[in-house]
Design a protein around this ligand. Structure first.
Ligand SMILES: Cc1cc2nc3c(=O)[nH]c(=O)nc-3n(C[C@H](O)[C@H](O)[C@H](O)COP(=O)(O)OP(=O)(O)OC[C@H]3O[C@@H](n4cnc5c(N)ncnc54)[C@H](O)[C@@H]3O)c2cc1C
Length: 585
């Protein structure tokens, strides 16, 4: 038995600390400034983006460019660019609010996200003062649009296997090779491109669309997000000035993966924005569609789906604000004027890789289920392109593929956990003694279930690591079980702690939040039980497996509650409100 000896908030620490041990930011605590910017984003999206939904989806790139410029006029484009370069340098929580609003139109959200995020941020974090001065003001205003080019036809998840090369020729770099699936390619002016110097040292470069030897492939014919441009980039002796190397030679992986980690939590925010749209039209349809003489929103199984959509939105929201709250607190306290500001900010992102990856995976998979539930509520009409669920059913699918596939993100989560256990940053308890007792507050039942789930996770993961060691990562299925348990524990804890805070503050929607958190815990504890048992079976055998499975039963002190009653109450509130009702502005 060992005790966790790190009291400090760090990545993955939630797995070994008591429920609610560290302060958790919730959307209810947003500042007035963040709400004002959120409102401006909402007005912009409702006034300019949603009315252009079908034009955007016909890949009208001039329109997308115009909308990007309008986003700047509204003050929504330069949120993360330092003030010195005509940006607003706002905190990450405000960015989260804006991204959620922009997320309501999937294609535009991808265009906006690639420009303001993975396209621009490499220059913000890794650019020289001259590069920042040359590019950031133009990117801040939307005069120029940015793209990020890592993937190649033969190097997707295995991005470091890139074949694009760069060689120095006097005062110029000469790039050769090609990139694939590049968002914004058809409208971008500037591209952050990863290539290997002399075929070996992975590095980043800034390429402009007018550089000689640079050209684009045709637009990809895609399943969804049809209004976002996706094309290949081709470099045939592409000649760029020597000064366009971004960061240091051989350090391209830090840029590529550091920026992707930021992209991950942003993607989660966008998923939740569109999920709220889905809930709105699904509620409306369920109230209008009559079968067996009554609106289908009276049927128990439809009410279950409606309340599950809201529950997933609530849980995702709780995860998102908690994660970005952690990152924001440590990142935004470092001013851009401080020494080594960029690398210190990137270190914060590296610390919270587990949380950023699980936010991406949880939110994108929640949206997948939400989109599917919506089709189901619409019945046959959900299968028709004349009705809204069909589009989001297609549009949402990309979220599980880009910014690192969900398989790769699961392996990142597990890999980080194993590493932190290996270097004793996380000390897992491998016994079943001193089980947590149930408290008395309004969320006591759910908190107790989460506390037991944490111990179950610790017990099974410690046993598997004890038997197999760091090589456990080579059993991907077992590692994914570790990642899934971590993800669901974080999700449950985020939902429960937020509900409890809302209750304490007598928030108007606190009972609604408590019901959703309780249903979520009720339905999720079993998944953790299953994953823990099979994880043990992956690592142990014979008597030691039987003994471990018996010990695991110690964490079974969980009596389920009726989900149907709680879901029915949630559905009733939703039907009355006509939308996800916990709104911040
Ligand atoms: C619409 C769209 C826009 C995109 N925009 C951009 C962009 O702007 N810039 C950019 O650089 N890229 C972009 N991408 C590329 C995207 O990031 C990649 O498609 C993604 O990283 C997966 O790579 P891949 O498609 O080559 O799949 P592969 O890597 O071939 O993966 C195929 C399958 O194998 C699994 N797999 C692969 N390796 C492992 C492993 N080690 N363990 C377990 N499973 C594994 C994957 O999870 C996946 O299920 C975009 C892609 C699309 C479709």
């Amino acid at each position: 038995m060992s005790q966790n000896n790190k009291e400090q908030l760090g990545g993955g620490i939630f797995l070994v600390s008591p429920v609610g041990a560290f302060p958790q930011f919730t959307p209810e605590e947003l500042s007035d400034d963040a709400k004002a910017i959120g409102q401006a984003a909402r007005d912009f999206v409702e006034g300019e983006i949603l009315p252009n939904d079908s034009a955007i989806d016909k890949l009208d790139l001039e329109l997308s460019k115009k909308l990007i410029r309008m986003a700047w006029e509204t003050g929504l484009l330069s949120l993360e660019i330092p003030e010195e370069f005509e940006g607003m340098d706002l905190d990450k929580l405000t960015c989260l609010v804006v991204l959620e609003e922009v997320g309501r139109q999937a294609s535009f959200s991808v265009t906006y996200g690639a420009h303001t995020g993975i396209g621009t941020l490499p220059i913000v974090y890794f650019g020289t003062p001259e590069q920042k001065a040359a590019y950031l003001p133009k990117l801040a205003s939307g005069e120029w649009i940015a793209a990020y080019a890592l993937t190649e036809a033969g190097a997707g998840s295995d991005a470091m296997n890139a074949k694009t090369v760069a060689a120095l020729d006097g005062e110029h770099w000469i790039l050769n090779g090609s990139k694939m699936w590049i968002t914004n390619a058809g409208l971008a002016d500037v591209f952050v491109v990863f290539a290997k110097v002399d075929g070996k040292k992975f590095s980043a470069f800034i390429v402009e669309k007018t550089d000689p030897g640079f050209s684009l492939g045709a637009e990809e014919m895609k399943l969804g997000i049809k209004g976002s441009s996706t094309r290949a980039l081709i470099f045939e002796n592409c000649r760029i000035p020597k000064e366009r190397l971004l960061g240091r030679i051989g350090f391209g992986h830090r840029i590529a993966f550091g920026i992707l980690a930021i992209g991950r939590f942003k993607l989660g925010a966008g998923c939740n924005g569109i999920a709220k749209e889905v809930l709105k039209y699904t509620l409306k349809y369920a109230s209008e569609r009559v079968q067996f003489g009554k609106a289908i929103n009276n049927m128990g199984l439809i009410r279950q789906k409606l309340s599950d959509i809201a529950m997933r939105i609530y849980v995702a929201e709780s995860i998102n604000y908690r994660t970005v709250g952690y990152i924001n607190e440590q990142m935004h306290s470092i001013a851009w004027t401080e020494e080594n500001a960029a690398s210190r900010k990137m270190e914060v992102m590296e610390e919270f890789q587990i949380e950023a990856s699980l936010m991406k995976v949880w939110d994108s998979e929640a949206l997948g289920i939400i989109a599917d539930d919506s089709v189901q509520v619409f019945g046959g009409y959900g299968f028709s392109s004349e009705y809204p669920p069909e589009k989001i059913y297609r549009d949402n699918r990309i979220n599980r593929l880009f910014e690192g596939t969900n398989e790769i993100n699961r392996m990142i989560i597990a890999g980080q956990i194993f590493k932190k256990c290996g270097n004793e940053t996380l000390n897992l308890r491998n016994d079943a003694a001193d089980l947590p007792a149930m408290g008395t507050d309004c969320m006591a039942w759910a908190s107790h279930a989460v506390a037991l789930a944490k111990r179950r996770f610790q017990y099974s993961t410690a046993a598997a690591l004890g038997a197999i060691g760091q090589k456990l990562i080579e059993n991907q299925e077992a590692s994914a079980r570790v990642a899934d348990m971590a993800m669901e524990i974080y999700a449950m804890e985020s939902a429960v702690v937020r509900a409890s805070k809302m209750k304490t503050a007598s928030h108007r929607w606190s009972d609604f939040a408590c019901d959703m958190a309780n249903v979520f815990v009720n339905e999720t504890v079993g998944k953790i039980r299953n994953n823990a048992s099979i994880l043990l079976a992956e690592a142990l055998e014979g008597e030691s497996l039987q003994k471990a499975i018996k010990e695991l039963a110690a964490f079974d002190a969980f009596v389920p509650i009726s989900s149907a009653k709680l879901r029915d109450r949630v559905a009733g509130e939703l039907i009355e409100a006509g939308a996800y009702p916990i709104d911040q502005f």
